[in-house]
Ligand binder design. Structure first.
Ligand code: PLP
Length: 354
């Protein structure tokens, strides 16, 4: 249980409570008990309940469905020390996007060798920090980044990020990140001229991917880039298949269906024993359904709305066009927990706790 307001930075000992409960106890039961306790303490703040067992179950599911793919949890999805510690203990690696995320992972005792700095556009000072901590595995997708890395961390192990998106993914990185495959050869030549060490390829099909075949296509494109790299004199040993996996079982595609596509494409393009390590960067897969946000209704407004002003199609014939609307105000905002949901334009459906 941890406070929602301090989600971004928190001290586990001060602000979180870990409870060991029987297997049949549901997060809902914990929430109900916590609410009663908080009432006594006169505290009505929003809070989260994280089901650690669900994190473990998801890790086990991942290993059984994708035995060749080592997960590197995307810390940006939820950097709470409990989730990091549990995944670290299970053997997960970590995808970090900044200095503070690298710090969070090192602070739980995971070695820098289990980190990929998977932000293709890094700030110089964060790169310097990575160099000091020897977090040397990192992505790039343009020439400017190569020159920056040459200046700050020339011994880094680089991974070229290619564009390989599912256009129907809810968050698409098409414009923002990844080089075109046809530009990859040139970038690799520049890296060679700069005597940089490029070791593999990465891609991200987009968050909440809705087309499982996007992974197979991207793995096929990665094979092409491995071939270019061999022509230029690099010996690639790493394939990073990124994130995009569903956070619960309700989305249009399941992890089972994605795993099928990935396993098939891997055996075609990177068969077992080919000397290539395969990693991934799942974020929502581990963080989404393991956490439940609990908010309080702190205000209510009953309003008559003139449906004429709402827009065409809502007008009913021969009625006075006024409807009563109920607005409920809760104590959590779009600047914290609801930010990403509003970006995705997802509908938030609350569950009422009696
Ligand atoms: C580089 C990178 N890797 C992994 C992730 C996690 O993605 P997902 O939550 O879709 O698995 C993200 C999310 O933005 C990302 O930018």
């Amino acid at each position: 249980i941890y406070t929602a307001r301090s989600k971004l930075r928190m001290n586990i000992l001060d602000e979180s409570i870990v409870q060991v409960v029987a297997e049949n106890v549901k997060p809902r039961d914990i929430i109900a008990k916590t609410v009663v306790k908080m009432k006594v303490e006169k505290n009505d703040d929003a809070f989260y309940v994280m089901d650690i067992g669900e994190v473990v179950r998801r890790f086990e599911e991942w290993q059984s469905l994708l035995p060749r793919v080592h997960p590197f949890y995307a810390v940006k999805c939820n950097s709470h020390p409990v989730i990091l510690t549990v995944l670290g203990a299970l053997g997960s690696g970590f995808d970090c996007a900044s200095k503070s995320e690298i710090e969070d992972v090192l602070n739980i005792g995971v070695p820098a060798s289990r980190i990929i700095y998977a932000n293709p556009c890094k700030s110089k000072t964060h790169l310097q920090f990575a160099a000091v901590k020897k977090a040397g595995l990192m992505t790039f997708d343009d020439e400017y980044e190569l020159h920056k890395i040459k200046e700050v961390y020339p011994d880094a192990k680089l991974v070229i990020r290619i564009k390989a998106d599912d256009p129907s993914a809810l968050v698409n990185f098409r414009i923002k990140f990844g080089c075109d495959v046809k530009h990859a050869r040139h970038l690799l030549q520049v890296a060679k001229q700069l005597s940089l060490n490029v070791v593999g390829v990465s891609f991200h099909v987009g968050c909440l991917c809705r087309d499982a075949t996007a992974y197979a296509t991207a793995i096929g494109l990665s094979r092409l880039v491995f071939n270019y790299a061999a022509d230029i004199g690099f010996n690639f040993t790493l394939l990073d298949i990124g994130g995009g996996y569903p956070g619960d079982g309700k989305k249009p595609i399941t992890i089972q269906c994605i795993a099928e596509q990935i396993n098939q494409a891997l055996s075609e393009h990177f068969p077992d024993g080919c000397g290539v390590t395969v990693i991934s960067e799942p974020g929502r897969y581990f963080a989404w359904s393991t956490c439940t946000l609990c908010v309080n209704v702190i205000g209510k407004r009953v309003k008559e709305i003139d449906m004429k002003s709402v827009g065409e199609g809502t007008l009913k014939e021969n009625t006075d066009c006024m409807e009563v609307s109920h607005m409920y105000y809760c104590n959590e905002s779009r600047y914290l927990s609801f930010g990403i949901l509003l970006t995705l334009q997802s509908k938030i459906v609350p569950i009422l706790l009696k």
